[in-house]
Design a protein around this ligand. Sequence first.
Ligand code: 13P
Ligand code: SF4
Length: 318
Amino acid sequence: MDVENCRFSQEEMKQKINDLKKKKGAVILAHYYQQGPIQDIADYTGDSLAMAQYAATLKDVNIIVVCGVHFMGETAKLLCPDKKVLIPDLEAGCSLADSCPAPEYEKFIKEHPGHTVVSYVNTSVGVKALTDILVTSGNAHKIINSLPQDEKIIFGPDRNLGNYINSVTGRNMLLWDGACHVHEKFSVEKIVELKKQYPQAKVLVHPECKRPVVLLADKVGSTAALLKYATESDADQFIVATESGILHQMQKDCPDKTFIPAPPDDSTTCGCNDCSYMKLNTLEKLYDCLLNELPEIHIDPSLAEAARKPIERMLQLS
Ligand code: 13P
Ligand code: SF4
C-alpha cells in the first residue's frame, strides 16, 4: 500500500476504486472467501467455477482484477489471454495447489499409464498442462459421472474431494495425497458441540473437509452450492464448515437466518477458520493494483495451450 492510501477512509477508497475501474475499463471478480468489502465492490462474486465461467464471457474490458488466489488469476488469464489480468497480492497462493508439484504429479501419472487425468482447478499451470479435464468443487460430481463407468481415473490433488467423489459416484479413482490446510482443520468434536447448542441447525460442509466432517453434513457442496442451499432451506440456523468469508454473502442473502462458523480444531478464542492466502487481499491493495496495473499474471507460453485445453473441456462439460 502506498503511504497516501492511509489517508483514505473506506468510503473514499471505494469511490477511488470505482473511479479507476471506470476510467480503465476494468472488471473486478471476487471469490466468496474474500473480505466483505471486496465482495461488495466486485462486479461479480462467485465460487471458482462461476468466476471462470464469468471470465470466459468477458469481451469489452481491458483489465480483469481477480480478487482471490493466484490459481484463480491464472485461470482467468488462460481463458482471456489478450486481457491484462491483475491480482491484488501475488503472495496469495494456495496450500492445496502447493501440495502437488508438477514434476511429482507427472511422475505419478507416468507410473499409472492408461488413466484419464482429472485435476481440481486449485493447481498450478504446470499441473493443469498435465491434465485431461479440470474440475471445481461445483462440477466434479457431474463431470466424473459423465465419464464411462469403467474409465480409469487419476484424481488430484485433493484427497478429501477425491474420496468424497469416489463415495458418491461409486468410482475407485486413484488419488493424489494432497489437502487444503484450512479445510483439513475443521473439528468433528466442535461441530458436534455446536449441534448440541443449536439442535435445529443444518450442517453445511465443503467437500475439501475430511471424511468424518463430511459425514456430519446435511449438505456437501461448493461455496455456491452451500449458499444456494442456505437460501432455499426452511431452516433458519446453519453451522458452516468452510472458509469463513462465505458467511458474508450468506448473511447478506438471508438477513433473518443465523450462520455459525464451524471452528478449526486449534481455535481458542475466534471461532472462524480463515484462509491466510485469501485474506491477504485488502481494499488498499485492490486500489494500488488498479492504479499501478500491477501485479500482473503471466503464464509460461510453453504451458499455456496445454493448460487451457482442460479448462475448456471443463466448461463444455459443466
Ligand atoms: P469453491 O470451488 O467452492 O469456489 O472453493 C474453492 C476453494 O478454494 C476452496 O477452498
Ligand atoms: Fe487453497 Fe484452501 Fe485457501 Fe481454498 S481455502 S484457496 S484450497 S488454501
